[in-house]
Design a protein around this ligand. Structure first.
Ligand code: PMP
Length: 466
């Protein structure tokens, strides 16, 4: 009897099943997975390959983690060496040769004032845990509890760190104005805006009736990342250093995202020459694996044993991958490379902006770049001042930003969104970026801009709610 072949069943591609199961099983709080519906299966350098066979240039880099891109050979080799050596992978916070080598390599990169007289605390493996550690440290050292943080800051998602980011009102954080040139809170921009921002901070701290008790510390990002790529002006940062030093307030620099060459210097505070009292470090220091530490002046080291504990403070693979990454960035001068290529990309993007009024502002430092998208046809925001220096700018356009992100993805480019309103397209390519890749990124982005501006989706969303 003849056997009839079953009719071929058209199965949905495997990646669709994975995405569907993710949507069914994972939390409503998932984030990147919503705007980037891809299933990475292979990655090398700047390229990610999805389960559907599509390839993408990755300008998200694990939210700024992958200084050397994906699976860099020196990182893989460092991880393999630890595995092959038979070293224990979990050691709490015990001393090991791997940790010793990591600490030596990290200290070699720090500003000498911290390297010569500094301490390190290994924290739980997320940046937010290191932020919490920094707060505990300065509270113990000063005997005070309040904190100073800035508008637009992002420091993490645990309760205390979230408070410093603007999310938990019951923790006492005084929020101070972070200077911004484009969307200046004082309507002036430029150096004048910086001076007013610094003056307000000083005034508030010195006003006995200002309602701000003596703080335990001030935390800031040298370039605000999630807040929309806002570089702190060097002069303003130096002023914050003076203000805090004069009042014995420890200055905490959150370099979780800006560190390891990202902004064009090894640590972003180097642009201004400021040496903070505490530095919070994570992301790139683990060479793509989870690691977070604080380094600080030894005078602050008055907290008690166990003041900041955690089971996962001894990730040997992350320390090995991190040490290899730090050494590679240092030896290959990748911070300088980031400065050069970043400046080139900024120039090209600004030139592109001349043809696109919806590219309201292009800003950044090194390979931390943001493009704020605006609606040029809507009424501008900002009011005139009597000095005539007022600046009014169009409102942000998060709908256009989301459309640009999707058009980028269609063109094989992964970008991130950030900023107060989610209207800033963020580029965080690896520091190993080549000239050709930089060109491809800008070309794809330009194409995506044109497509998104034409998209009917945008016009529909722009209706009566504006
Ligand atoms: N600080 C800064 C400046 C950050 O950018 C982030 C993460 N985006 C954090 C802290 C928190 O790090 P994590 O997500 O690892 O907790």
């Amino acid at each position: 009897m003849a056997v009839t072949e079953p009719a071929p069943v058209a199965l949905p591609p495997a990646h669709e099943g994975i995405l569907r199961r993710q949507a069914l099983r994972e939390s409503a709080a998932r984030t990147y997975a919503r705007s980037l519906p891809i299933v990475p299966v292979r990655a090398r350098g700047m390229t990610i390959e999805g389960a559907d066979g599509r390839r993408y240039l990755d300008c998200l880099s694990g939210a700024g983690t992958l200084a050397l891109g994906h699976n860099h050979p020196v990182v893989l080799e460092a991880i393999r060496r630890v595995i092959d050596s038979g070293a224990p992978l979990h050691v709490l916070d015990l001393a090991t040769p791997v940790k010793d080598a990591f600490t030596t390599e990290l200290f070699a990169t720090l500003p000498s004032e911290l390297a010569d007289n500094g301490r390190i605390q290994f924290c739980g493996p997320a940046g937010t845990d290191a932020v919490e550690a920094a707060f505990k440290l300065v509270r113990a050292a000063t005997g005070r509890s309040e904190l100073l943080a800035f508008t637009g800051a992002y420091h993490g998602m645990t309760a205390g760190a979230l408070a410093a980011s603007g999310g938990a009102p019951d923790v006492r954080v005084t929020r101070l104005p972070f200077p911004q040139d484009y969307r200046c809170p004082f309507g002036t921009g430029g150096e004048r805006g910086e001076r007013i921002a610094a003056r307000w901070t000083e005034y508030l701290l010195d006003d006995p009736k200002g309602g701000v008790p003596a703080p335990a510390g001030m935390i800031l990002e040298p370039v605000q990342g999630e807040g929309g790529v806002n570089p702190a002006p060097d002069g303003w940062l130096r002023r914050m250093r003076e203000i805090t030093r004069d009042r014995s307030i420890p200055l905490i620099a959150d370099e979780v995202q800006t560190g390891v060459g990202r902004t064009g210097t090894f640590w972003a505070v180097e642009h201004s020459g400021v040496v903070p009292d505490v530095m919070v470090l994570s992301k790139a220091i683990g060479g793509s694996l989870p690691l977070a530490v604080i380094v600080y002046r030894s005078e602050l080291d008055t907290w008690q044993p166990g003041a900041h504990a955690g089971t996962f403070r001894g990730n040997q693979l992350a320390m090995a991958a991190g040490a290899a990454t730090l050494a590679y960035v240092r030896e290959n001068r990748l911070a300088e490379h980031a400065a050069t290529l970043g400046a080139r990309m900024l120039a090209r993007l600004r030139a592109l902006g001349a043809d696109h009024p919806s590219m309201g502002d292009v800003r950044g430092r090194g390979l931390m770049i943001g493009i704020e998208l605006v609606d040029p046809e809507a009424a501008p925001t900002g009011t005139a001042t009597d000095t005539g220096e007022s600046r009014s700018v169009p409102p942000p356009d998060p709908v256009l930003a989301a459309a640009v992100q999707q058009e980028c993805l269609r063109r094989g480019l992964i970008v991130e969104l950030g900023g107060r309103h989610g209207a800033v397209v963020r580029l965080l390519p690896p520091l190993t970026l080549t000239d050709e890749q930089a060109t491809a990124v800008v070309d794809r982005l330009a194409d995506a801009m044109r497509a998104a501006e034409r998209s009917p989706h945008r016009r529909a969303a722009a209706g009566p709610t504006r």
